[in-house]
Design a protein around this ligand. Structure first.
Ligand SMILES: O=P(O)(O)OC[C@H]1O[C@H](OP(=O)(O)OP(=O)(O)O)[C@H](O)[C@@H]1O
Ligand SMILES: Nc1ncnc2[nH]cnc12
Length: 377
C-alpha cells in the first residue's frame, strides 16, 4: 500500500475543539457506515444509524486496496488533445502496462470483480477481447479465470469463416469480425476492452457474441468516458473500474469532478483502510473559482470532497474527520448550515479561522475517510 505523504494545500494541523457546530462530541463513537445503502446516498438526508455500523477488517482492507488502485490507475493515464483527430481527447492507457505493479493490480481487480460478481455457478466460459487494446489484458484475465480467450478483430484479419458487424465509434466507422464457431451455443461470455466511449465498438461485439449463440454475462472496461453515455447502447451489465472526466487536460490525471490540484500534492491518498483528501476550495472541475455566498462556496467544497471520495470507492458517510478553514469567523454559521447537510453523521471536526487561504477563497475543507465497503473486491 502506498504511503505517500498527504499534502493538504497549505495548512498545518489545527487542534481547535469545536463543539458548537455539527461535529461529533467527545465520547461519541466514530460514526462510519460499513454498509452504505445500495442507492446513491442523498447527502442532505440525515443517517441516524451511521454510528451503529461497523466495518469488517477484511472488507475495509479490500476496499482500500481498490480505492488505492483506482487512484493509481487514474494517475497513470495520460491524455492527448486532438488525437487521432481534432476535438478528441485521447486517453492513453499504455502507461499502466509499462508498470508491472499497476499491470498486476489491474488484473487482480478485474479478476476479483468477475469472481465476486458471477460466482462459481455463473463463471464465464469465454472472455472476448476487442482489438487491439482489449488484447492487452483479455488473455491474461481469461487465464486467471480458467476461461477461453476469443478475439474480436477488425475486418480482414481473421482467417476462415467469420461473422461481421459494422459500427460507429467516437472517431470513425469500422467493422468487427469474429470466427464462426469460436463461441459454442450457450457459453457464458464476458466482453472486455480498455475504454467504452460511445459504446459503438462494444455493442457491435455484443451482437457478434449473440450471433454465435453465446450468453452475454456482461461487459468489463478499464475506463468509461461517462459523458458519451456509451453504456446506454449496451444491453448487458456494464462494469468499469474508473470513469473519466468530461473535460480533461493533457497530461492531467485528476479525479472526475474534483478540481485539479494547484501544487505539489495529490487530490487524495489511500493507505490502509483510510483515505486522506487534500483541502478542497470552492473551485469547479476546471479550477474556476465558484462565485456566490459562503453557503455556495461551502457547498462547492463539499461537492468536491464527495466526488473525490466516490471516485476512490468511498462516500461522504465514511468521513471520520474534517478540518474546516475559514478566513472570518463571522461566516461560521452560514458555513455550518451547508456543512451539516453533507456531514449529517457528524464526523469529528476542527474549524479554525486562518489569516488567508489559497486563491483568496474564504473557506477550505479537508477530510479523512474510511475506504468503501469493498463490494467490488
Ligand atoms: O466506445 P467507442 O466509441 O466505440 O470507442 C471505444 C473503442 O475505441 C478504441 O479502439 P480503437 O478502435 O481506436 O482501436 P485500437 O484499440 O486498435 O486502438 C477503444 O480501444 C475501444 O475499443
Ligand atoms: N477518447 C478516447 N481515448 C482513447 N480511446 C478511445 N476510444 C474511443 N474514444 C477514445
Amino acid at each position: 500500500m502506498s504511503g505517500q505523504p498527504v499534502s493538504t494545500a497549505s495548512h498545518p494541523p489545527h487542534g481547535h475543539p469545536d463543539n458548537t457546530g455539527p461535529s461529533t462530541q467527545v465520547g461519541d463513537k466514530a460514526s462510519t457506515a460499513s454498509h452504505p445503502p445500495p442507492h446513491k446516498p442523498d447527502p442532505t438526508v440525515a443517517d441516524n444509524n451511521a454510528s451503529k455500523r461497523k466495518l469488517s477488517p477484511a472488507a475495509t482492507s479490500g476496499a482500500a486496496e481498490l480505492a488505492n488502485l483506482k487512484i493509481r490507475l487514474r494517475q497513470a493515464l495520460k491524455q492527448y488533445k486532438d488525437f487521432p483527430s481534432p476535438g478528441i481527447l485521447f486517453e492513453d492507457i499504455l502507461p499502466i502496462f509499462a508498470d508491472p505493479g499497476l499491470h498486476e493490480a489491474l488484473l487482480r481487480a478485474l479478476e476479483l470483480h468477475v469472481t465476486q460478481s458471477y460466482g462459481e455457478s455463473q463463471k464465464p466460459d469465454v472472455i472476448v477481447g476487442l482489438e487491439a487494446r482489449g488484447f492487452l489484458f483479455g488473455p491474461s484475465l481469461a487465464l486467471r479465470l480458467g476461461a477461453a480467450f476469443v478475439p474480436v478483430r477488425k475486418q480482414g484479419k481473421l482467417p476462415g469463416p467469420t461473422e461481421t458487424a459494422s459500427y460507429q465509434k467516437e472517431y470513425g466507422k469500422d467493422f468487427f469480425q469474429i470466427q464462426k464457431g469460436a463461441i459454442k451455443n450457450g457459453q457464458r461470455v464476458i466482453i472486455v476492452d480498455d475504454i467504452i466511449a460511445t459504446g459503438g465498438s462494444a455493442s457491435a461485439a455484443g451482437s457478434l457474441v449473440r450471433k454465435l449463440g453465446g450468453t452475454l454475462l456482461g461487459y468489463v472496461f478499464m475506463l468509461e468516458l461517462d459523458f458519451l453515455k456509451g453504456r446506454a447502447k449496451l444491453d448487458a451489465p456494464v462494469y468499469t473500474l474508473i470513469s473519466s472526466q468530461e473535460k480533461g487536460k493533457e497530461g492531467d490525471a485528476q479525479s472526475a469532478e474534483g478540481p485539479e490540484t494547484a501544487g505539489p500534492y495529490t487530490q487524495a491518498i489511500a493507505t490502509g483502510n483510510t483515505i486522506f483528501v487534500s483541502g478542497q476550495i470552492p473551485a469547479d472541475s476546471e479550477g474556476k473559482l465558484v462565485e456566490g455566498s459562503i453557503a455556495d462556496k461551502t457547498e462547492a467544497c463539499c461537492k468536491n470532497i464527495q466526488a473525490i471520495l466516490e471516485e476512490a470507492g468511498s462516500a461522504l458517510e465514511r468521513v471520520v474527520k474534517c478540518n474546516v478553514f475559514i478566513t472570518d469567523m463571522a461566516n461560521f454559521s452560514e458555513m455550518n448550515g451547508v456543512y451539516e447537510k453533507y456531514f449529517a453523521h457528524k464526523p469529528a471536526r476542527s474549524c479554525v479561522a486562518v489569516y488567508q487561504l489559497p486563491k483568496g477563497v474564504p473557506v477550505e475543507i479537508e477530510c479523512i475517510a474510511l475506504a468503501g465497503e469493498g463490494s467490488k473486491l
